[in-house]
Design a protein around this ligand. Structure first.
Ligand code: AMP
Ligand code: MG
Length: 407
């Protein structure tokens, strides 16, 4: 805590800026598609083939030539049956049709599909429904009309979600080049903490921060975090934090950063040579947040121990910092309108838990759900995230647009 240059009691925006300045660059790796959800694209992804790769039939029915209709033909001999995944069966002559299924390749000498609902079978012939006039070229998804072979599918920085996962298969590769998630130690500190599944005394607390932090990281596709617990004991903290620092790329601690006698985290960090960048942000919850960088340029986030504070600080600072460092082209927060007015102390920024739901007109609104102190994580259940109400004002009106962060 003797670092004379560190920042103290700063604004939210300054904290975001100082963290961004101190984040390292993360490597690029090829991952199997199974592990790519939420990953951030680093390399080009180009279509292996035209998309669709052939003239694709979009209805079960018969394939014919429109010229036969123009010549007055309504009845066709069935020359063959062709399913999806089978090589094309040519018609040969105009009096012939091929029974064809959705997803099949269109025979080269056919150009129109008549749906199965519009034909009648009579032995080895089919006849069009009286009065039905097919549009020449109908029910064919033409080759290359979605994307030409060799064209890029996405920009670098794209976050891979469900639709991107489908589109990635067009590249034909079982792997994709993405930014490598940092390995993160999620460390709970506190003598009172007990994990689920073991007996707990009256005066002890089930450790919950680490569970919420892991879930929030996993929501983004980050599966490189591991949980650990440490007591309020300087020797144990020093030894274990050093080991985890050497093993992983980032430390996310919770607890032990306030003014209590057993809040050893800042002191231990100093002993370990972690340079303090800032301590305390003008915000509620989460005022005691601590951030530093080790000599190996590894970020160390020490979040306040209160469960609401730790999750808010993770989502407001740690998650966006990682996503930006990985090269995400888009940031997560987006504006949303408050459903109700909120009053708050003007000297602190407020992070207000909200539930997102549409109002009677169908417009999405953020419904504030204040918790019963920052220890009340039970009150967070059922909320979608929080909104940020900037410092300097004490009233935020119903209908006002504010930034929403998802848990
Ligand atoms: P601290 O920041 O260590 O003073 O902790 C503040 C409050 O948060 C105390 O009531 C702690 O018991 C609680 N707390 C700290 N860590 C956790 C955790 N991992 N899970 C649940 N509560 C915690
Ligand atoms: Mg503690």
């Amino acid at each position: 805590m003797t670092n004379p240059t560190h920042h103290f009691r700063i604004d939210v925006d300054e904290a975001v800026r100082l963290i961004a300045e101190n984040m390292p660059a993360y490597a690029t790796e090829a991952v199997p598609l199974e592990r790519a959800r939420g990953a951030i694209l680093r390399g080009p992804v180009v279509a292996e083939r035209d998309q669709p790769p052939f003239d694709r039939v979009t209805m079960d029915g018969i394939a014919i030539r429109a010229a036969a209709l123009t010549a007055g033909r309504r009845s066709f001999r069935v020359g063959g049956i062709q399913g999806a995944g089978e090589a094309a069966i040519p018609l040969g002559t105009e009096d012939v049709c091929v029974e064809i299924m959705t997803g099949a390749i269109l025979p080269e000498d056919a150009d129109t599909i008549v749906p199965v609902e519009r034909i009648e079978h009579d032995g080895d012939h089919v006849t069009l429904e009286p009065g039905y006039e097919p549009t020449p070229g109908q029910f064919i998804h033409r080759r290359g009309t979605d994307l030409a072979a060799g064209q890029p599918l996405f920009d670098v920085g794209t976050v891979i979600g469900a639709p991107e996962m489908a589109a990635l298969t067009i590249a034909g590769s079982p792997t994709v080049t993405v930014a490598r998630w940092p390995k993160i130690s999620v460390i709970s500190t506190g003598d009172e903490l007990v994990d689920v599944g073991t007996p707990v005394e009256l005066f002890q607390i089930r450790s919950s921060n680490d569970r919420a932090i892991m879930a929030s990281l996993e929501n983004r596709g980050c599966t490189t975090a591991t949980r650990a617990w440490l007591p309020d004991d300087p020797d144990a903290l020093r030894k274990a934090i050093r080991e985890m620092h050497d093993r992983d790329d980032m430390l996310v601690l919770s607890g032990g950063v306030s003014m209590g006698k057993y809040d050893y985290v800042p002191q231990i960090m100093e002993e370990l040579g972690v340079r303090l960048v800032f301590h305390k942000i003008l915000q509620k919850p989460g005022l005691p947040m601590w951030f530093g960088v080790s000599a190996q340029q590894k970020p160390v986030f020490a979040l306040p121990g209160n469960p609401v504070s730790s999750l808010v600080c993770l989502v407001r600072y740690v998650v966006p910092a990682i996503r930006t460092a990985l090269g995400a082209a888009t940031q997560e927060p987006h504006p949303v309108r408050l459903a109700e007015a909120v009053r708050f102390e003007p000297n602190l920024a407020c992070f207000m838990p909200v539930r997102l739901a549409a109002d009677a007109a169908g417009d999405l609104r953020a419904w504030p759900k204040a918790t019963n102190t920052s220890g009340d994580f039970v009150g967070l259940a059922g909320t979608d995230g929080f909104v940020e109400l900037p410092r300097g004002r004490d009233l935020f009106a119903a209908g006002e647009a504010v930034q929403f962060f998802r848990w």
